[in-house]
Unconditional design. Structure first.
Length: 117
């Protein structure tokens, strides 16, 4: 069982179309206390790709749409979960996850940087 040292959840939305750069910057701010423990370049890329999909293919991309972002941090693990507003017709749909090195994105771990605990 993983015991998370830090758990933060925020809703990020816009009265216009959601800006992916704003979400990426907010995730960075949410991770500011952990930036020295993890290489966040992969997180930046994954957040950008997932939110871009949410904006393009779900109600998150409509005016007033947004995403829920949850950041979970432990000494050696980092998890960022992004939930969109569901299908653009108002229904929910599930994306099975990307493949990264043989594991789906939802199971991917970000490796700690050298010198971390």
């Amino acid at each position: 069982m993983i015991v998370w040292d830090e758990v933060r959840t925020e809703r990020i939305s816009s009265s216009e179309v959601l800006d992916v750069r704003v979400v990426r910057a907010q995730v960075r701010r949410m991770l500011s206390r952990s930036a020295d423990r993890f290489d966040l370049r992969d997180v930046d890329l994954m957040v950008c790709e997932i939110v871009t999909n949410a904006v393009r293919y779900s109600a998150s991309g409509e005016p007033g749409g947004g995403v829920w972002v949850t950041v979970l941090v432990s000494s050696g693990r980092l998890r960022v979960a992004i939930q969109d507003d569901g299908g653009s017709d108002g229904g929910c749909w599930w994306w099975p996850g990307w493949q990264i090195g043989g594991a789906s994105f939802r199971d991917a771990a970000v490796r700690p940087t050298s010198g971390s605990r």
